[in-house]
Design a protein around this ligand. Structure first.
Ligand code: NAD
Length: 433
């Protein structure tokens, strides 16, 4: 099949590239000409492990191309996939301006029948709006499919090629075979439903995962007060198949471009039909507070932070991505600066993106984790990049001015900390040293 994927961000680029692997011809479209030029030079505008090799292979083999011309790409395709961003408006609602812009352009470009498939996360009812917006510009026939995306940054290729399930929302049953064919080889686990339910499945799934995270973080906070160890608690809970062990890692809370915006959007979706989603409101509230436990623990060990030097390990919202959208690191670093600390920052991949969003004279940018730690009063680990797991903690302690390690992701074991001389705080586990 011939596909046009509109938007070459984390979802569009990975999906577009992966759809070439099961025999389709794909044009990845972006209005950002700089991204398209980079891609044509076989450079990925995003960091995603494995993506550049796949781009190179598929470009060379002629199954993949990149274009900034949406209308021409639509005309040359059978299926048009919407993968543009749907960020938050200030009130938490999803901002649909990129969806609306792309839908109008698709309508203007239509020549003959097309399937329009939405991968972007959109509020319930949006696909019907997309249908009206396209229809306002064309008399050509088309169908709408909702196919929300569940990939995770950092393992996006694997998630796309081997997803747990594909959700397909449609109102024309004749499309079901085409949709199964499109995803052939990825999984047979295709769940076909109506469009509104498909839109809701995406929000409900992200809200549920966010709830698991805030739940275990609250359990962690209680564990600290009653002397239990949350990693033991989570392990014991996760052995129950009804609960499952994933998303039970206590830490400084979730961030990124999906959970914060999708939880807020679902609260708004509920609010628009006069339903107060109290549980989810609490999940968001708990998450907002959780990151500041880093600051409380610093106060506990160091007292005032004025004049203190704090090393920060990790700026991305999670490992294996350069994405810093809604990363907890941002508010933590801002709070440290506001309290008069000098902050030494290290991230293996995301430092440039972070710096473009936030810089300050009190920040020192470091090329190695050891450099961020040297001479610091405390080091705070905010993202569990694997590089931090192998740090020599004895040497770390020797290089610091005061020996405080705040592990916001529970990376280190008791055995690794013992004998290092570090005062070690983690999340929901007993303090050491
Ligand atoms: P992104 O911001 O990385 O990329 C969006 C791209 O769309 C940008 O490159 C932008 O230039 C382009 N764009 C906007 N309007 C356009 C237009 N009219 N024509 C062509 N290109 C246009 O976004 P993302 O992180 O890939 O997310 C896309 C959607 O997928 C969102 O709705 C998001 O919620 C959802 N989603 C994201 C993830 C994730 O992990 N990032 C996972 C699942 C679902």
């Amino acid at each position: 099949m011939k596909l046009a994927v509109i938007g070459t961000g984390y979802v569009g680029l990975v999906s577009g590239v992966c759809f070439t692997l099961n025999g389709n011809h794909v044009i990845c479209v972006d209005k950002d000409q700089e991204k398209i030029s980079k891609l044509n030079r076989m450079e990925s505008p995003i960091y995603e492990p494995g993506i550049e090799a796949l781009i190179e292979m598929n470009l060379r083999e002629g199954r993949l191309s990149f274009s900034a011309d949406l209308q021409d790409s639509v005309r040359r395709s059978d299926i048009v996939i919407l993968a543009v961003g749907t960020p938050s408006l200030p009130n938490g609602e999803a901002d649909l301006r990129y969806i609306e812009g792309a839908a109008a352009e698709i309508g203007q470009a239509m020549e003959g029948y097309k399937i329009i498939m939405t991968k972007s996360t959109v509020p319930v009812g949006t696909n019907e709006k997309i249908r009206s917006m396209i229809a306002a510009h064309t008399n050509h026939p088309f169908d709408i499919v909702s196919a929300p995306e569940f990939l995770r940054e950092g393992s996006a290729i694997q998630d796309t090629l081997h997803p747990d399930r594909i959700i397909i929302g449609l109102d024309n049953p004749a499309l079901e075979d085409t949709m199964r064919e499109l995803h052939k080889g990825f999984t047979d686990n295709v769940f076909v439903t109506d469009i509104r339910s498909a839109e809701m499945i995406k929000y409900a799934s992200n809200a549920f995962l966010a709830t698991k995270i805030s739940f275990i973080n609250e359990i962690a906070n209680i564990c600290e007060k009653v002397g239990a160890d949350v990693t033991e608690v989570a392990q014991g809970m996760g052995m129950d198949r009804r609960i499952g062990s994933s998303f039970l890692q206590a830490g400084i809370g979730y961030g990124g471009s999906c959970f914060p915006k999708d939880t807020n959007a679902l609260i708004q979706i509920a609010g628009n039909v006069d339903y107060e989603f109290k549980l989810l409101e609490s999940v968001v509230e708990v998450n907002k507070g959780q990151r500041f436990m880093i600051i409380s623990k610093l106060h506990e060990s160091l007292g005032s932070l004025r004049g203190a030097v704090i090393g920060i390990w990790g700026l991305a919202f999670k490992p294996n991505t350069d994405d810093v959208r809604e990363a907890p690191a941002r508010e933590i670093v801002e709070a440290l600066v506001a309290e008069g600390a000098t902050v030494k920052l290290y991230d293996p991949i995301a430092a440039d993106n972070f710096r473009q969003q936030y810089d300050h004279p009190n920040l020192r940018w470091c090329g190695l984790p050891e450099e961020a730690a040297a001479g610091s009063d405390a080091v705070c680990l905010l993202t569990d990049w694997s590089v931090f797991k192998d740090i020599n903690l004895h040497k770390l302690a020797e290089s610091m001015r005061r020996q405080v390690l705040i592990d916001g992701r529970n990376v280190y074991s008791k055995e690794q900390i013992e004998g290092t001389g570090l005062t070690y705080h983690s999340v929901g586990r007993p303090q050491m040293g």
